[in-house]
Design a protein around this ligand. Sequence first.
Ligand SMILES: Cc1cc2nc3c(=O)[nH]c(=O)nc-3n(C[C@H](O)[C@H](O)[C@H](O)COP(=O)(O)OP(=O)(O)OC[C@H]3O[C@@H](n4cnc5c(N)ncnc54)[C@H](O)[C@@H]3O)c2cc1C
Length: 285
Amino acid sequence: MIDELNYSLPSNLNDAYSQLQEIHRKPLAGATDIIPRLRRTKLPIDTLVDISRIREINFIREHETEIEIGALTTHSEITDSALLQSTAISLLEASASIGCQQTRNRGTLGGNIANASPAADTLPPLLTFDAVVHLGSLDGTREMPLSKFLLGPGKTGLAVGELIEFISFKKLNRYGLAYVKSGKRNGMSIAVASAAVAIALDDNGRIEDIRLALGSVASTALRCPRAEKILIGKPLTKTHFKKAGEIVYEDISPIDDVRASASYRRSVAAALVMQVLSIAEGRLN
Ligand SMILES: Cc1cc2nc3c(=O)[nH]c(=O)nc-3n(C[C@H](O)[C@H](O)[C@H](O)COP(=O)(O)OP(=O)(O)OC[C@H]3O[C@@H](n4cnc5c(N)ncnc54)[C@H](O)[C@@H]3O)c2cc1C
């Protein structure tokens, strides 16, 4: 389905922004999503602007209270990062679960976010971090909470001419973090459902803060506010984990598709919630 396409290879952000000033020009990072899509479907694109050589947005940085990850950071770089191993293990688990090694070596965090697939693996952990998306364009920079950036399948708050430059999130030092996903064994493991959690306890061993997010169960990855609320102030018991799973079962709105039925997704999501809470509990300091 690929007709003739123009291609450009800017070496810095300003050149990229100049070349993205028109609605039919699209950025290309690792190309693991956009090229397969162009092969399947006719998309309204006449120029691919290859941003993969722009070093300014390929980094993992630690500040006193925050972590920043450049949009061009690949899933393999995330998986290999000792810093993220100790500060953002659930994101590392999500990146490690993506496709095969070749896909992880090329696919980027920015591409995974901009894709806005309900099944995108990095989104649930990033939602539990309250991550912020930092956008740039010729007009300057702006930031948006990830939860507001995701508008629907393939739809985001990106404007024409904008790129994701990096994402940031506050370090969650006292938290237990985890990500789990259920996918078809013989496929490239696109999630049937997925769950991430960040959980912190008070001095009495009760839940002081909990952020629970799910993937593949609605039109975007999303947080589960009712399940979070029911767990606040409670001790970590299997009974409460089960209750959270039951609420998730009621609250989500999955669809039937080739990978799974809606009712199967509901059951899997409820089970994943209990599993991810147990794993995070084991990681609390
Ligand atoms: C075999 C295979 C298996 C896969 N398995 C999984 C999986 O298990 N889980 C999963 O989540 N994904 C999976 N994917 C999808 C894909 O690999 C990931 O979403 C990857 O992170 C996309 O990143 P990319 O750099 O390759 O994006 P690209 O294909 O380069 O771009 C994807 C989209 O994002 C836009 N974009 C890219 N970078 C930016 C930026 N910085 N700013 C603004 N827009 C940008 C592009 O214009 C395009 O619309 C799989 C893909 C393949 C081919």
